[in-house]
Design a protein around this ligand. Structure first.
Ligand code: ADP
Ligand code: ZN
Length: 608
């Protein structure tokens, strides 16, 4: 069990240094401390001091006289034949003492100068060692590397065990499929026998896959909480970053502890940090490979039914080494997706329970406004709302708090002191109304809920919030085209009204281009390329960047197609605005004056 023997040596060094230190102390420091300084004076001075009554204590020794003055300074002088001395001393009020200099017993001084220092140093050494061990396996060590005490033996303490914080499935809102999937693990941990009897073995590893903040960690904790078993957790990046040169032995440690505690859950967050494909690139990371190999060995090493279930989370499943995902290792994959409308509402409600909140809150509306938000973002929205309520001196959170905090989370705080010139403000008004009007006039586009021209810290000068009424899983070609038209609507309004264009449309342009490109290269929505994939998605959960998979000629053909597609929609948007120019003017003027208008206000003016 005790795999790491070599690291004991630094401790020996420590003890050697300690012994030398004690020796030095005894030779140089203690003698000085033990003896107070004694000044030698001649007998005449002694007699004179006696006469002047300056002496406080006297000790007659066989070959010398020790005495102290009123300031407790010590003196000594030789013995003289002096008959009346005792009487004269007595007369001047001297105290006769037998121990002016306290002589410590030899035993006591030995204790003081040797045993106690050694004891203290031993104790210190022990403390340092146990601290090192704790830190090493607890994960917060800051001093690895050049440290002489770095890397002591294996830790026996149960430091990996983290409580699952009492999280249960009911605390994880939405994610019903994931919960259903994991329920089986819970049942297995409850009663492994049932499975053994029939000869079924549980998957050793379950991979939780999904975008950041969707509750993967929570789900893993909930499994441990439901099954009431210990929860060992470790982050993949910790393995390779914190424990330089120690990754593999940490894995071994983690598993040996887990096996002792079985049944239990081992949770490895960010497993992609160790489990990346070993792709034979030049710059291989030996450390990581060793760690990964150790993990694979450990997973193969234990039999199917020993009660240790490994859960791992990642948001880049495509980058995992195939060895990790083959049967017998992480062979089960549980998708943890961004919550849908109902899921968002549930998550909001779960987190709203933790704060004081008005009882007429329309969670459905908030959920609809927060389209695309992850669980973590929704939790953040609730917290922002609570902070806002406190800031405004309210006792509980209200609907406007929640609505404003969505905007804060999406677009940043209101920029109170950003001053737009009148002309700029008018341009922004037209731009935003342009988006909204184009969206509203295309039958298939989602209606607008809110338009504002109050600048935000994110840099947005204004924005139009569109809301999907219900869940969308598919988008038709027309819907995508309309979306592009809506995105170009802002710029189109500037052109229609002012005959000039501004820099304000950069974000719109980016999004429109992305959409148009995806339609052509990935969704097969162009007549020319039919159903041929020109691009592949690299990581679906993080940003979604793509890599091209076509010849250079095709690339330039694609570029032309993209431009053509966006241009058509841009023209369409302009036409819509020209056809509705009076409404555009009226709405933009209204927004200019009020700075924020709701979807209802907008529709009321539009339909007037
Ligand atoms: P991940 O591990 O997927 O990145 P976490 O599990 O760490 O995400 O979630 C981060 C936070 O987001 C949680 O602490 C929780 O407050 C909130 N959260 C995420 N998903 C949910 C959910 N489905 N239900 C309730 N809260 C959630
Ligand atoms: Zn815009």
């Amino acid at each position: 069990m005790d795999e790491l023997k070599t690291p004991r040596r630094p401790l020996m060094t420590y003890y050697m240094i300690a012994i030398v230190a004690i020796l030095l102390l005894n030779i140089f420091i203690f003698p000085l401390m033990n003896s107070r300084r004694i000044t030698e004076v001649d007998y005449g001075t002694f007699m004179k001091m006696t006469e002047e009554g300056k002496i406080k204590e006297v000790e007659m020794q066989t070959n010398q006289i020790l005495f102290s003055d009123k300031d407790d300074a010590l003196y000594k002088t030789g013995i003289m034949k002096d008959d009346g001395l005792v009487d004269r001393l007595y007369d001047s009020g001297v105290t006769f003492s037998s121990q002016i200099v306290t002589q410590t017993s030899p035993l006591l001084s030995f204790l003081l100068s040797w045993l106690i220092p050694i004891g203290i140093l031993l104790l210190l050494g022990r403390m340092v060692r146990s601290r090192l061990q704790n830190k090493e396996s607890g994960g917060n060590a800051m001093f690895f590397g050049g440290n002489p005490f770095g890397g002591f033996g294996k830790s026996n303490a149960k430091i990996y065990v983290k409580s699952s914080d009492g999280i249960r499935f009911q605390d994880v809102a939405g994610e019903d499929e994931a919960k259903e999937n994991l329920q089986e693990i819970v049942e297995y941990l409850h009663d492994p026998k049932k499975y053994e009897e029939i000869g079924a073995s549980m998957p050793k590893g379950v991979l939780l896959v999904g975008p950041p903040g969707t509750g993967k960690t929570m789900l893993a904790k909930a499994v441990a909480g439901e099954a009431n078993v210990p929860f060992f957790s470790m982050s993949g990046s910790e393995f390779v970053e914190m424990f330089v040169g120690m990754g593999a032995s940490k894995v071994r440690d983690l598993f040996s502890q887990a096996k002792e505690k079985a049944p239990c859950i081992v949770f490895i967050d960010e497993i992609d940090a160790i489990g990346k494909k070993r792709d034979g690139q030049l710059s291989t990371n030996d450390e990581r490979e060793q760690t990964l190999n150790q993990l694979l060995t450990e997973m193969d090493g234990f039999e199917g039914n020993n009660g240790v279930v490994i859960l791992a989370a990642t948001n880049r499943p495509e980058s995992l080494d195939p060895a990790l995902t083959r049967p017998g290792r992480f062979d089960r994959r549980v998708p943890v997706e961004l919550p849908d409308l109902q899921g968002r509402e549930d998550i909001l409600k779960v987190h709203a329970k933790k704060i004081k909140i008005a009882d007429n809150i329309d969670f459905g509306k908030i959920a609809r406004m927060a389209a695309g938000a992850s669980g973590a973002e929704l939790a953040n929205i609730i917290n922002e709302a609570a902070l806002r309520a406190v800031r405004d001196g309210r006792r509980y959170v209200t609907q406007p708090d929640l609505e404003e905090s969505i905007e804060v989370v999406i677009a940043g705080y209101q920029k109170k002191n950003a001053i737009l010139t009148t002309k700029e403000k008018l341009i922004v008004s037209y731009h935003e109304i342009g988006h909204a009007l184009v969206a509203a006039k295309q039958t298939n586009s989602a209606p607008v809920t809110k338009i504002t021209i109050i600048p935000r810290t994110s840099g947005a000068l204004g924005y139009t919030m569109q809301v999907d009424e219900d869940n969308h899983y598919l988008m038709t070609r027309e819907e995508m085209e309309n979306k592009i038209a809506t995105l170009t609507g802002g710029r189109a309004a500037e052109e229609v009204e002012f005959g000039t264009i501004t820099t304000g449309a950069s974000n719109d342009i980016e999004q429109a281009t992305k959409l148009a490109r995806a339609m052509i290269t990935r969704y097969g929505m162009s007549d020319e390329f039919d159903m041929v994939a020109m691009e592949t998605l690299n990581n679906q959960y993080l940003g979604g960047d793509t890599s091209l998979a076509c010849s250079a000629e095709t690339q330039s053909a694609i570029d032309k197609k993209v431009v053509e597609l966006v241009r058509t929609q841009h023209e369409k948007a302009k036409q819509i605005l020209l056809d509705n120019k009076t409404k555009l003017d009226e709405l933009a003027q209204h927004l200019y004056e009020k700075e924020t208008i709701t979807g209802e206000e907008f529709m009321a003016i539009l339909e007037k």
